[in-house]
Design a protein around this ligand. Sequence first.
Ligand code: DCM
Ligand code: DCM
Ligand code: ZN
Length: 275
Amino acid sequence: WGGFGHITIAYLATSFLSPPTTSYLQALLRNSTEDYLAGVATWADSFRYSKYGRFTANFHFIDAKDSPPTYCGVDFDRDCKSIEAGGCVITALQNYTTRMLDTTLSGYERAVAAKFVVHFVGDIHQPLHTENVARGGNGIHVRFEGREFNLHHVWDTSIAEKLVGGIHRKPYPYAKKWADELAEEIKGGKFKDVAEKEWLKGVNVSDAKGTAMDWAKESNKHVCSVVLPQGPKLIEGQELGSDYYEAAAPVVEVQIARAGYRLAAWLEMIVSSLK
Ligand code: DCM
Ligand code: DCM
Ligand code: ZN
C-alpha cells in the first residue's frame, strides 16, 4: 500500500488494542500520542530505498508464480525466495514477530521489529503484493481517471484515495477519519459478523508462517477475481473504468479493514505473551 493505506491500517489497529498493549507499544516506540503506530507505519518503505535498508526490499511481498485469471495460488516453497536470497513478506513477518518476542534484544531492536510488523501485516493484504505477474503489476500500464499509472500504484494508492473522496496532502487526519469509519463497521456495522467469525480464524503468533500464508492466499485470490479478471495482457494500456472501480473499491476497503483488525490481534498476542 501507499502511505495512506499503511497509516489507515495502523490507526485502525490502534482502536482495537487493549490499554496494557497500548502502553507497552507507546513505551517501546517512545511516542505517547495516539499516532504511535500510524507514525511508524511507512518507515519500512523509506528504509528499503536507503543504502542500509536495501536488504529489506524483498520483505514487502511474495511473488506468487500463478497465472491469473485462470489459476491463482501462493505456495511458500515455490514463491518465497530463500533467506539468503532475501526471503519474502512471509519470512519477514515471521522474523520480526520473533524479534518482538525476544527479550534478549535491546529496546531499539524490538522497536525496529515492531515497525516492520506494523508495515508487513499491511502489505500482505495488498493483492498485488502476493503476485509475480509483471513484478506485482508494476510493469502493467493503465489509465485511471484519465491519468497514466502502473497497475500496482493504482492498487497501492489510487483506488483508496478515490474511495475517501480525493488525494490528500495531509494523509494523517484523513487516514484517521477513514480508520474510525472502518472501526465502526467492524464494531457494529457491515463487518461485525465476518470480523468476529472469520477474520481471526487460525491466527496464531506461534505459527507466524502459517498465519501469514493464510492471509497471503486470501489476498492473492483477489488477483484472479478482481485485479486481473481478464489477465495481464488485455488490461495493458486500458482505462480502468467505473465497472473496474466498482469491483475494486470494496476489495481495497475489506483488505484494509482486515489488515488493521488482524494487526491489532497480532500485536495483542505478541505483547500479552511477553508478560
Ligand atoms: N535494522 C534492520 N533490520 C534488522 C536489524 C536492524 O532494519 N534486522 C536496523 C538497521 C538500521 C535501522 O534498522 O540501523 C534503521 O533505523 P533508523 O530509522 O532509526 O535509522
Ligand atoms: N513490489 C511487489 N512485487 C514485486 C516488486 C515490487 O509487490 N515483485 C512492490 C514493492 C513496492 C512497489 O511494488 O511497494 C514498487 O516496487 P519497486 O520500487 O521495487 O519498483
Ligand atoms: Zn511496503
